[in-house]
Structures are given as structure tokens and as C-alpha cells.
Design a protein around this ligand. Sequence first.
Ligand code: UTP
Length: 303
Amino acid sequence: MPIDMAVVPVAGRGTRLLPMTKSQPKEMLPVGRKPVVQYVVEELSRCGLGRLLFVTGPGKTAIENHFDIDLELITNLRETGREELLEELAFERQDLEYFYTRQRRQLGLGHAVLCAKPVVGREPFVVALGDSIIGINAESKVVRVMVEQFESSGADVVIAFEQVPRDEVVHYGIAKPRQKADIFDLDDLIEKPDVAEAPSTLAVAARYVFSPLIFDYLEKTEPGKGGEIQLTDAIRAMIHEGHKALGVCLPAGERRFDIGNFESYFQSFTEFALADPDYGPALQEFLVDWLAKHGTNRAEKYR
Ligand code: UTP
């Protein structure tokens, strides 16, 4: 049976984005015109996934509300002659089934994935982090490629990777690839290695395909720093016990937009706003003028 289920963990606290995330989910932050998680859902739908399971937690009901069909709003737009805005709600009518489960304690990404087990059962599935967009406007088809590789190779894990500058490997899970290729056998994953010890500059990029074996490994994974169960630890244990893992590189021109920290969030918002067909050109003009007038060290003034 082809893979049809995607798990979207959205239960994290988003502490790196406080105070913005005190009472709103980071997955609902706007990037350009849409909230992050809407891009994730649209990407998964385009890649052929039909069932989406959100792993939610405290303060995340805005996500569930966002994907409901809002008949009152639709009627209001019709009655007030603003039919053109109905197009903005077309995503509500995507042919998808939504499921929700709770991570009752925020014990890390690995634990969030394990919370999906009673719903997913013993079938393979995709994991797509709810705070990361792949490709500008989420146009990436990398998940489709990953699913095809999973189905044809007999691997138990397929992971998306993106090239990062060497001095940034310290922030990511980094691949130890067996071959230098766009699709490669993954010999190991090194979490946040020192620059000198990094086996490559390929960083984990927020998308995975797993066989249900991952649940067995997550159940055996000891909590690490902060009592969290790390997904990377379970993946490493699988690889070390001889299970096949593949890496798939994001195609040239595609990258992961990580909405987990301010630097990356500000950059992502700016890039998406610049790419907006209606407002991008004027924003670009504004930025060019602004920089010419004020120079590039404006932030210094406010330090
Ligand atoms: P992060 O690793 O960025 O963790 O989550 P976080 O807890 O949300 O953020 P900080 O570190 O406090 O700022 C990556 C993805 O995994 C989910 C998050 O919601 C996010 O989409 N996640 C993380 C969970 O679902 N549960 C967790 O316990 C941790």
C-alpha cells in the first residue's frame, strides 16, 4: 500500500521565539501571507499524502481551528459581496483527512513522534516538522522523491538533507554519507558536531520517512538532555543495528526555512514577502531605498 500518512509534530513550546509564542503556536506564525503550518500541509498534499496526523499540545488549538471549514465566514464573505476572498479559503477544501493526538508532556521530538504510534499503527509514514517550510512557497516535491526511494529501496529510514556552510554544522544533525551523491546511503548521523569533526556539511532538513520500526527504537531510547527523547538517537540506533537508511538532498535552489529562531524567521518572512507577486516588487524597492538612506548598521543604534 502506498504511503498515505504524514505525522506533523506541532507540540513544542517554541521558547526560542518568546514572547511571540507565549500564547500562540509558533507553527501559526505568518510567513508572507500564510501561517507556517499551512505551507506544510499544502506541501504534503502536493506530494500525495492524504491523511495528516498533528501531534499537538498546550495552547495549539489555533492550528485545529485553522483547518476547519468555517461556514460562518464563508457566508459572511458571500453576503457582504467579497466573493473574491473565498479563494483565500480554498485550502480548507483540500481533499485531506485530519487527525489530532496530544503530546501531554513536551518530552522532545522523538517523544512527539512516539505519540503518533496508536494512530499510525504498523504502517510506514512521513514526518514533517510543523515549524519548517521546504522551498519558497513550499513548492518542494522532495517528500515525493523520499517516499519513492523508501518504497523502492527497502530502507527503514529516509531523511532529507540540505547543504549548510561548514561553520554552521554545530547547530544541526549532520549526515555521514557513504557516497557523494544526491541520494546516498546514510552511515551515521552526528548531532551538532564540532566543525573539525563533521563528516559532511549535510544537515537534517525537517522531513523523514519511517517504517514502523522507528516506534520500537523510540520506545527503547533513553531520555537525554532536559529529559527529552531525541529522534536522532533512535535513528542512530536503527542504523547501528544494520537497518538501511538513505539520505535525499534537497534539489539545488530549494532550502529549508526554519521558523524556530528569530534570525531564520526574519529571513524567511522577508524572502517570502519579496517573492509575493503583488507586494514583492514594491517591498524590494522600499528595502533598496531604505538601505541607501539609512545604511546597513541601523540595528547598532538600538543596541
Ligand atoms: P524544536 O526542536 O524547535 O523544539 O521543534 P521546540 O520545543 O518547539 O522549540 P524551542 O527549542 O523551545 O524553541 C521542532 C518541531 O517539533 C515539535 C515542534 O512543535 C516543532 O514543530 N516538537 C518539539 C514537538 O511536537 N514536541 C516536542 O516535545 C518538541
